[in-house]
Every structure is written in structure tokens, then in C-alpha cells.
Write a protein that binds this ligand. Structure first.
Ligand SMILES: *[C@@H]1O[C@H](CO)[C@@H](O)[C@H](O)[C@H]1NC(C)=O
Ligand SMILES: *[C@@H]1O[C@H](CO)[C@@H](O)[C@H](O)[C@H]1NC(C)=O
Length: 488
């Protein structure tokens, strides 16, 4: 008998211990604590959309009492009873007043279409794969209608990933109690007030470092939801922007000095789905096609912001609308990728999100930004003649183009003994050419006219690579033009 009761006691202690230890979820009291969560990495950023909606749909009075404005027993917004059978949350208080947990946020539920469009059809970058939920506890003082009843607990939580094989449970490690104080702060970002002044005020009130032009971009890209856009900007993106002195003054210094380094985002995206990223990308990131030593396209990227790396991104090489190759860049904010694609004008690097398919298969997700198209260097004039010479890349080979002014109609006789040679570097002597590295000017092939020039082309058998140069030799070894050396 004695033994039995000891056993029972230790059993109860153990049970009690399990219940209390698992229900110790983290608490988010303030906006700053919310900002410390790594959204996108451990918690879907979509849960911020859900939380923003929830904070604004409930009533919160001056005493921080939260009240329901909808009825979860009726399934409003796809909400329904949550049993807390795993004991993840505190057990329901006992007594005369009935308490009940409810969950909301399933986007496939019957009445989930009542949720606002920004939650059900989140813009790019905020999709949540329907894992995140809000769980709230209601004090059911009167039987019947739940509308108007007090909510005494609010949590953000999420289902485990399918790959974690945890069934439909919620993940206690990524469950947070959200205090009424924090909900009230989030309510300040109500989308009803999305004018410029409100955004500026919110920025100052929440100590944001968003520049005036970032505020403008947020307004342009989020329109009537601009306050939500600012909320997301502050909570997710802003912490990855390095602190700069004079932050509001120095937006695009790089733009003029290195035009080929600037990420160019097509107009149509300015108001588009990922407009939030636009301002950041223009300041920070570079994507570029260069030439490897073997005449292949080499992709360089630099300053890819951490919040994009966290999402999983890839560099993709395009020729107009067609992609040729791609590579996930993992966590490398800068790096290079030697492709096996022969260099040609028009190749372009774009940054895309990685779409994870089943197992380890991936595919190209939505575009986040793009570099400039690769362009050949411009032509240099042939001294003393109305003609010029251009070095260009075609299928990874060094080629040359002659532009001959249409009025220069005796060029064939003037250039009778002229030839174009290709050299590995500017140090090579003009006499030091190989047989596949030169051609008579008069044997160049006619190409499409360009304005008032006739154009002739010749492709050598030589690989285009950094340092390569073309020279126009009038006669014997008299040089009349030298192109700049092919750039890295
Ligand atoms: C983008 O927004 C600007 C105004 O902010 C507007 O003039 C322009 O037409 C919009 N473009 C698209 C593609 O919606
Ligand atoms: C890629 O190409 C560059 C330039 O040609 C070369 O220096 C580098 O070694 C190459 N990297 C690899 C991994 O082949």
C-alpha cells in the first residue's frame, strides 16, 4: 500500500513536470522582441500577416482587454476549436467560467476566404505554406455567442514541416505568446492609415531607419497596404540593412561610378509583387556576367542581402526569355560561378528564389532582381578613315566587326592590304599572330547595316578571354586601331 502510493506520487510528479515544462512558450511583450525572431528562417513570415490581421480584427480597449469580434464556433475566418491535447499550451483554468482554445489561419478551410486577400494570397516572399496559425483562448462567460467575449491568451504558432514527420501537431519551440501590449503596437500599423504622414510617424515612433525614399518605395509598392508594408519592413528586412551613418543621405553613390554594377529591375516590377525589395536591391546588390578564361560566361554576385539568402536564392543565366543554367548560392552573399555557356552578347544574370520540390529537387522560383545584359565593348575608330573596329564575343570566340561609313565607298581599295589580328594581350607583338588569329579586311562577311555604316564581321578561332585585343593593321605592320583589352 505504502509502495503503491509512492509510485503514484512520483508518477504524478513526472506528469506534472511534463505538463509545465512543455507549456513554457516564449513570450513576446514588445515590438523589439518581435523583431528578434528570425522570420523566414524559423518562423514563416506569413505569420506576421496573420498576426497583423488578427491584431486589427479584435477589439482592444484602453485596459488592454481583448475581445472577439467574430465567432469561432461558427467557423468565422476558418477558425475552430483547438484541443491542446499535446499540452503544448497551459491547461484550461478550472472553475465556473469555461475557457476554450481556438485556432485560425488555415488557408484551405471552408470559410478562410473571409480572411483578407493579403493573408490568403500573400504577395511574393510572404507565402507561408499554410503552416502558421494564431491560437487564442476565450473566456466563455455567457453560453451561446462568442462574439464580444474576452480573449485572454494569443499565440502565434506553426505546424511542423511535413519532413519533420510530426503529424499535424504544432511546434512548441516556435510558439510565442503575444501580449496585448504588443498587439496594440501592431494595431498602430492598421492599413486604414496608409498615407505618407502616417508612415513617417510610424517610422519615427518605432525607431525605424527607413529612408524617405524607402518609405516612398513602400508606398508605391504596397499602396493601400503601405502600413502593413512598413510593418514587415521594420520587423523583417530592416535588421539586415547595415547601420550607416547618414543613412538617409547616401542612396545610390554606386550608380554613376559603376553603371554595369547596378541591378536593374524592370519597370513592371516596381509596383509588382516584390516591390519591397526594389529599393534595397538598388542600393546593395550586384549581379554581373563576365568572361572566364575559357570563353564561357562567368557569373559574379555581390552583396546579396542576408534576408534573401535566408529564403534560398539562385543565380540564373538567361538569354532573353530562355534560361540556360542556374546555381543555388546557399549562404554566400558574394561569389562567382563559371558556367559552361559560351559567352554571347545579351546574356544576363537574374536572382531567383529557390523552389524546393520534394526530396532535394529544386526549381526556379520567382525573380527577385536582375543585372544588366552583357554587352560588347564599343568600337574604336580607325585613325584617318571613316571606319571603326569592334571586338565582340560570339559563342565564346573572339570576333571583330568593321563599321564602314557608307560614304567611304572606296574602302575595299584603301584597305586592300589591311587585316585584323587577334592577340591574347596588349603585350603581344603585332607580328606575333597565328594563322587562325587574323583575316583580311576585304574578306570579312557582310552583316546588317547599322545606321549609315555598312557592317562586316569575322570570327576567329580564338577563345575570348580577359586581355584579348583586336588590332586593325593597314598594311604590313602599320597599326591603325587597337581595341581595349577584353575585360575580366
Ligand atoms: C506603377 O505605379 C505608378 C505610380 O506609382 C504608375 O504611374 C504606374 O502606371 C504603375 N505601373 C504599373 C505597371 O502598374
Ligand atoms: C573560374 O574562372 C576564373 C576566371 O577564368 C578562374 O580564375 C577560376 O579559377 C575559375 N574557377 C573555377 C572553379 O574553375
Amino acid at each position: 500500500m505504502m509502495k503503491m502510493s509512492v509510485m503514484m506520487k512520483s508518477c504524478c510528479v513526472a506528469l506534472f513536470f511534463i505538463l509545465t515544462s512543455v507549456s513554457a512558450v516564449q513570450r513576446l511583450n514588445t515590438f523589439n522582441e518581435l523583431k528578434k525572431i528570425n522570420f523566414d528562417q524559423f518562423v514563416p513570415s506569413h505569420s506576421l500577416l496573420l498576426l497583423h490581421w488578427f491584431a486589427n480584427i479584435v477589439d482592444i480597449d484602453n485596459n488592454n482587454v481583448i475581445r472577439l469580434t467574430f465567432d469561432p464556433n461558427r467557423g468565422d475566418f476558418g477558425s475552430h476549436h483547438y484541443g491542446n491535447y499535446e499540452g503544448m499550451l497551459d491547461p484550461l483554468p478550472r472553475g465556473n467560467i469555461r475557457y476554450q482554445y481556438y485556432t485560425v489561419g488555415n488557408l484551405n478551410g471552408e470559410m478562410s476566404s473571409q480572411l483578407p486577400s493579403y493573408v490568403v494570397h500573400p504577395r511574393f516572399g510572404y507565402e507561408g505554406r499554410n503552416r502558421d496559425r494564431i491560437v487564442f483562448r476565450v473566456r466563455e462567460q455567457n453560453a451561446g455567442r462568442l462574439t464580444g467575449q474576452i480573449i485572454d491568451r494569443v499565440y502565434i504558432t506553426q505546424h511542423y514541416e511535413t519532413s519533420e514527420h510530426q503529424g499535424t501537431r504544432y511546434d512548441p519551440v516556435h510558439t510565442y505568446l503575444v501580449t496585448p501590449q504588443l498587439l496594440s503596437q501592431i494595431r498602430e500599423f492598421s492599413v486604414e492609415y496608409s498615407d505618407r504622414m502616417s508612415l513617417m510617424n510610424l517610422r519615427d515612433q518605432f525607431g525605424s531607419r527607413a529612408s524617405d525614399s524607402q518609405i516612398r518605395d513602400i508606398r508605391n509598392s504596397w499602396g493601400g497596404l503601405a502600413c502593413l508594408g512598413l510593418f514587415l519592413f521594420i520587423v523583417i528586412q530592416e535588421k539586415y540593412i547595415p547601420v550607416q551613418h547618414n543613412n538617409r543621405r547616401q542612396p545610390k553613390a554606386k550608380r554613376n561610378t559603376h553603371p554595369d554594377f547596378i541591378v536593374n529591375i524592370p519597370e513592371s516590377r516596381q509596383n509588382g509583387t516584390s516591390g519591397m525589395f526594389v529599393s534595397l536591391l538598388q542600393v546593395e546588390m550586384t549581379l554581373k556576367v563576365t568572361t572566364s578564361t575559357s570563353g564561357k560566361a562567368r557569373i559574379l554576385w555581390d552583396n546579396v542581402p542576408q534576408y534573401l539568402l535566408n529564403e534560398g536564392v539562385m543565380v540564373v543565366l538567361y538569354n532573353n526569355v530562355k534560361y540556360l543554367t542556374y546555381k543555388s548560392i546557399g549562404n554566400a552573399e558574394s561569389g562567382s560561378f563559371n558556367t559552361s555557356i559560351p559567352l554571347n552578347e545579351g546574356l544576363q544574370v537574374r536572382l531567383h528564389k529557390v523552389n524546393k520540390l520534394c526530396c532535394f529537387w529544386t526549381s526556379i522560383g520567382e525573380e527577385l532582381g536582375r543585372g544588366e545584359k552583357f554587352t560588347n565593348p564599343s568600337a574604336v575608330s580607325i585613325k584617318g578613315y571613316k571606319a571603326s573596329l569592334q571586338l565582340f564575343a560570339k559563342d565564346g570566340k573572339a570576333c571583330a566587326r568593321l563599321y564602314v561609313k557608307k560614304s567611304f565607298n572606296d574602302w575595299r581599295s584603301k584597305f586592300k592590304d589591311s587585316w585584323v589580328g587577334f592577340y591574347n594581350s596588349e603585350d603581344e607583338d603585332t607580328t606575333d599572330y597565328k594563322w587562325w588569329q587574323w583575316q583580311w579586311a576585304r574578306k570579312f562577311n557582310p552583316s546588317t547595316d547599322f545606321q549609315d555604316y555598312q557592317v562586316y564581321e569575322y570570327c576567329s578561332g580564338m577563345t575570348i578571354a580577359p586581355g584579348v585585343q583586336a588590332r586593325f593593321i593597314l598594311k604590313d605592320y602599320t597599326e591603325k586601331a587597337c581595341t581595349p583589352c577584353w575585360r575580366e
